[in-house]
Design a protein around this ligand. Structure first.
Ligand SMILES: Cc1cc2nc3c(=O)[nH]c(=O)nc-3n(C[C@H](O)[C@H](O)[C@H](O)COP(=O)(O)O)c2cc1C
Length: 199
C-alpha cells in the first residue's frame, strides 16, 4: 500500500511539472501570430500601400524612419541615396519595433532605390532576428521592379523565410505630389487574398 502511495504521488508530481512546462511554452511560443507592416517611403507610395495592407490584414503599422530626413527635392534625394549605397551606409533609425517576437508575418514595403532597398531598410533588417518569421516584400518602383532587393533581403535576414512578394509601378517620386498609386490597390488586395491574410 505504502509503495502504491509513493508511486501515485510520483505520478502526480510528474503531471504537475509537465503541465507547468506546457503552460510556459504556451505563453512564449504561442505569441508570434501577429502581423507587422513595416514600411519605408519617401514620396508616399509605399506608405499608402502599407496602410492598405495594415487595414486589410489588421496588422500593426511601423515606419522605418531615418534619424536624418531625406531632402525634399528629387535630385538631392537621388544623389544622397546613391552616395549612401556606394558607401554601404547604415543610416540610423529613429524608432524600433516593440516586442518583435509577437510577429510571425512581416510585410516589408519599400521603394526601389538605385536597384535595391533604401539603405535605411538595410539597417532595419540587420536590427532584428527574423527566425520563425516570414517576410512578404512589396516594392514600389519606376520600372526596375524588385531589382536586387530580394537577394539583399535574403542576405540581410538569413533566418527569415521570404514569402511571395509583389511589385507595384509608381513612377512619380515627389513628396509634394503625394502617392500616385490607385487606392485601394486591387492587385495588393488580390495578393493578400491569395496569401490568406485578409482579416
Ligand atoms: C533615390 C531614388 C532612387 C530611385 N531608384 C529607382 C530605381 O533604381 N529603379 C526604379 O525603378 N525606380 C527608382 N526610383 C523610383 C521609385 O522607386 C518610385 O518612384 C517609388 O514608387 C517611390 O516610392 P515612395 O513614394 O514610397 O517613396 C527611385 C526613386 C528615388 C527617390
Amino acid at each position: 500500500m505504502r509503495q502504491f502511495l509513493i508511486f501515485a504521488l510520483a505520478i502526480l508530481c510528474l503531471g504537475l511539472i509537465t503541465k507547468t512546462d506546457a503552460q510556459s511554452s504556451d505563453t512564449s511560443g504561442g505569441t508570434n501570430n501577429r502581423i507587422l507592416v513595416a514600411y519605408f517611403s519617401w514620396s508616399g507610395n509605399a506608405k499608402a500601400l502599407a496602410k492598405q495592407i495594415a487595414e486589410e490584414t489588421g496588422g500593426d503599422l511601423f515606419e522605418i524612419k531615418t534619424v536624418t530626413a531625406y531632402p525634399e527635392t528629387y535630385n538631392e534625394t537621388i544623389e544622397l541615396a546613391k552616395q549612401e549605397q556606394e558607401n554601404n551606409a547604415r543610416p540610423a533609425l529613429s524608432g524600433s519595433v516593440e516586442n518583435m517576437e509577437r510577429y510571425g508575418a512581416v510585410f516589408l514595403c519599400y521603394p526601389n532605390w538605385w536597384g535595391t532597398l533604401p539603405m535605411g531598410v538595410f539597417t532595419f533588417l540587420e536590427s532584428y532576428d527574423f527566425s520563425g518569421k516570414t517576410i512578404y516584400p512589396l516594392v514600389t518602383h519606376g520600372g526596375s521592379r524588385f531589382g536586387r532587393s530580394l537577394d539583399d533581403i535574403k542576405k540581410l535576414s538569413p533566418k527569415a523565410v521570404i514569402g511571395e512578394g509583389i511589385d507595384v509601378v509608381a513612377y512619380d517620386a515627389n513628396p509634394k505630389n503625394g502617392p500616385v498609386v490607385t487606392l485601394p490597390n486591387k492587385e495588393v488586395t488580390s495578393w493578400l487574398t491569395e496569401l490568406k491574410m485578409i482579416k
